[in-house]
Every structure is written in C-alpha cells, then in structure tokens.
Design a protein around this ligand. Structure first.
Ligand code: DON
Length: 312
C-alpha cells in the first residue's frame, strides 16, 4: 500500500525540526549513537479510509529500532499467551515516577514485583512469560506477532543494535537477577536478555509503526483485513498502560498536555493511538532528559490541539 505525503503533516514536521537540535541521541546503547539527530518523520494510518488509509511526511524510508515501544506489543502477546491473572500476578499496574531503568521500587514494592510492564524490570518479566519451549521459539513468536500486526510484512531486527545492547546491558541483567532471586522470573538470565535485546532491536519505519498503532486504535482488529489480531480487552489494557506509563516519568505531563495514548523508545520512535480513529508512528532520535523524542512529543502536542485528538 502506498502512503501519500501530506502537506499539513509536513508543515508540522518543519515546525518541530529545530527542536531536534536541542535533544540528545541515546548513547548508553553504543550502536544507537550512529543515528542522525536531525531526522524527523511521521505517518498517520486511518482505520476507516481503505486504500487511502496512510499519509506521511519526512524521511519515511528511515528505519529505527522499537526499543521500549516493543514493551506494549510483547505485553499484548504475553496476555494472549498467559491470560490476565498470570501476567498480573508477576507485574503490577501502577506508574512509578522513576526512570525506566530504575531499580529502587523493586526493593520497596510488595513481593519485589515490578510496578508496571512499561519499565524495564516489568518488560523483562513480561518477555519471560511469552510462550515457547526455548528462548529461540519465544523470540520467533514475538517477531511473528509483530509481522502479523503489519499484515504479514516480513520485517526483522537490527543485529548490530541487539548485539551492542546485549554486550553492555548489565543494568538490565541486574534487574533480572534481582527478580530471579525473588521468584518473579525463572530460567537463565542471559537467555532472557538475548530475547529482550532482540525484541528491542526489531526494526521498521514510521509507516509500519503507524499501522501497528492503527490495530490498537481499531480495538485489536486489523484495519485492512478486519481480522481480530488482539482481543479487544487486551488492546484496552495496552492503551491504558500507554496513558499511565507510556512516556515514562513524563506520562502525567504528557496526558495533560497531549492526551493521546503513546509509547516511546530510546531510539526516538513513538507509537501513538487515537482510539477509534487512527494510529501514528513517529521517528526522531533526539531525546529529552527523560528519554522521549523531543520533536516527536511536540508533533503529538500540535496534532492533539489542531485535530482535537485528546481522549480526555
Ligand atoms: O532496555 C533498554 O534500556 C532499552 N532496550 C529500551 C529502553 C527504552 O527504550 C526506554 N525508552 N525511553
């Protein structure tokens, strides 16, 4: 399916471009440093417009890795695989107000349960719950699920980014060892880190991301085939987490100023969902101090105002 350039979206991108110079590309995963700080692209996928569903602007061919955006998708898969009770026995539902890789609440929360599935500790626990007889099968099921959300498109992952994170992610390893000691996860930590770093390195462009967002906007139904890909109730849970925890410890401010369920990643991607209407995929790698794309968040703020997209 083609994707027409949209002049209004292009205008918004031109407006926010100067902001990108103020942010900083993530460098704690060494391979992410290579990103071009000036890049900005966005795509919108309408759930009811058939062949004209998609509009975009900017460097639409530019691929990026999902990073934390994968947390929403893998949560959906774990809920499909294990059900509500099993998943939420191990992971909570409350925002933390702390950075995404923080350890502090693990020690103070009851049963050492990670507070929610959008922080690294919670996401690692969720990834460990994906069904599969081996880490490799779990990984293949995650990738296959993402491909299903893309209407069967054969996307892959960026091995350099995955390897780079695998080699350096001792903080995530420490979260896992802590949770293993306290019975939140079991199994081999390095094997879990391997699946998690690959899931974070799944690579696509913002048009692809807008299509995944559109599935959530459409209550879990594929906007093109009409097939149910995610149970409506699971899609609802995922969107709610996007509101309460999707922009990390900036989620409260984002809900007030923008009011669109959204999930960011340190690569500079943002997936945003306007329920019943459309999905949005954005890429711009320069981040603010809390790890959200500076220009990306501003695009959503402008769109929310202009098109009355706030859900509140
Ligand atoms: O685990 C990590 O630190 C990264 N793979 C993902 C973190 C992330 O995207 C947080 N985003 N703001």
């Amino acid at each position: 399916m083609g994707c027409q350039t949209d002049q209004e979206l292009l205008g918004i991108i031109e407006q926010v471009k100067p902001l990108a110079a103020r942010g900083k590309v993530a460098d704690y995963i060494p391979a992410l440093q290579a990103a071009d700080q000036s890049n900005v692209s966005a795509a919108v996928f309408h759930i009811t417009r058939g062949r004209d569903a998609c509009v975009s602007a900017g460097d639409i061919e530019q691929k990026f890795t999902l990073q934390s955006i994968s947390k929403v998708i893998v949560l959906a898969l774990a809920l499909i695989d294990q059900g509500y009770t099993n998943v939420f026995q191990k992971v909570g539902m409350e925002p933390t107000g702390d950075p995404y890789n923080s350890m502090i609440k693990l020690e103070t929360s009851s049963h050492s349960k990670p507070l929610n599935p959008m922080i690294n500790a919670g996401a690692l626990a969720v990834t460990s719950m994906v069904r599969g007889d081996s880490p490799d099968e779990r990984w293949r099921r995650i990738l296959h699920f993402v491909q299903c959300l893309l209407g069967g498109k054969a996307i892959g992952y960026n091995k350099e980014v995955a390897d780079s994170e695998y080699k350096t992610t001792d903080l995530n390893r420490s979260l896992c060892y802590f949770m293993k000691q306290h019975g939140v996860i079991d199994g081999d930590v390095d094997e879990l880190i391997d699946v998690y770093t690959k899931q974070c390195a799944i690579e696509m462009n913002c048009l692809d991301l807008s299509r995944i967002a559109a599935v959530f906007a459409n209550n879990g139904r594929d906007p093109q085939s009409g097939n149910i890909l995610i149970d409506e109730e699971i899609a609802r849970i995922c969107k709610t987490f996007m509101v309460t925890c999707g922009m990390y410890n900036a989620s409260g401010e984002f809900a007030i100023k923008v009011g669109i369920p959204a999930k960011s990643g340190v690569s500079g991607g943002i997936m945003a969902v306007v329920p019943g209407k459309l999905g949005i995929g954005i890429f711009s790698p320069a981040l603010d101090e809390r790890g959200n794309s500076i220009a990306g968040a501003e695009i959503l703020k402008i769109m929310a105002k202009k098109y009355h997209f706030s859900i509140f």
